[in-house]
Design a protein around this ligand. Sequence first.
Ligand code: NAP
Length: 305
Amino acid sequence: MTGSGIPTRTLGRTGLEVTVLGYGAMSLDSRFGRTIEPAQANEVLNAVLDAGINFIDTSPDYGPSEEMIGQSIANRRDEYFLATKCGCPVAVEQGHVYTRENIEAAVEQSLRRMRTDHLDLVQFHGSPSREALEEHDAIGALVDLKQQGKVRFLGMSGTLPNLADHIGMGVFDEFQIPYSAVQREHEDLISAAARAGAGTVIRGGVARGAPSPEKYWDVRRLPEVPPERPREIWEGADLDDLLDGANPMEFTLRFTLSHPDLHTTIVGTASTDHLRENLEAARKGPLPDDVYQEARRRLEAAGSG
Ligand SMILES: NC(=O)c1ccc[n+]([C@@H]2O[C@H](COP(=O)([O-])OP(=O)(O)OC[C@H]3O[C@@H](n4cnc5c(N)ncnc54)[C@H](OP(=O)(O)O)[C@@H]3O)[C@@H](O)[C@H]2O)c1
């Protein structure tokens, strides 16, 4: 538990003590038809740290996100663990490419943009196959950067169909995996990753805000899920009597936090009001076990998982 009341968990074999609520800095990108000004990014990022959140995830792919982190909170670098990605287009024009040159260029760029001398975690972006990783010794490239002290731990942003293979490779300290009440296809693999000793970082933990009254399902969509499915699953599961006074967003976040093998969930937001709501939900912690199990049963019957 941090002084701010957010529980912490050990991120697998990295040994990092991370707050169960982390921060996803993709929300600082302007990809959702809105522009986040530097002043707003500065306010949100400092509010994240003021609240005691100590784990931030970003990527070279998220527009100005890395630069905003550098501009706003590089002076507070000892208050957070910093995770970013590699394989994204840096030394190449487009597409995800897992060559030594592209991986080194990404890490150097991230260090520069975020005004730091080390990245706590660098994750392969895009869930590449084992063959794609081995083709240019991508793991070796990251291990060399680790030996140079620029990278502390190796991670994988992994999804089906490659995730089980990634876990079996035994080289990753951490996996970033999507999971929420309406996106449960990786539920067992999260546990498999933790059993293998790796840290688990959950993304999509509030289903992109889709269950909130203001977003009302059709505004935000989850990347791996057909657009109409989350709402169908939620309504089909008929969870209202399980909410116990919570609004659907609070319930969704606490459902995610109830996964027994989650170490942190990197919820994204560009809103300090939403951040406050999410902090309140995280402080309440996981759902009571009987509620979590009953919700899982109903969600499964509605086609999730
Ligand atoms: N392949 C990958 O590696 C990959 C892919 C996707 C994401 N990620 C990482 O995971 C992080 C989270 O993923 P995500 O953004 O897909 O999913 P998410 O955290 O479930 O959803 C974030 C979205 O939910 C909205 N939201 C948050 N709290 C809310 C609240 N209390 N009420 C209403 N809306 C709320 C935010 O909008 P507002 O700004 O309006 O609050 C934000 O756009 C990203 O930031 C990124 O770091 C990685």
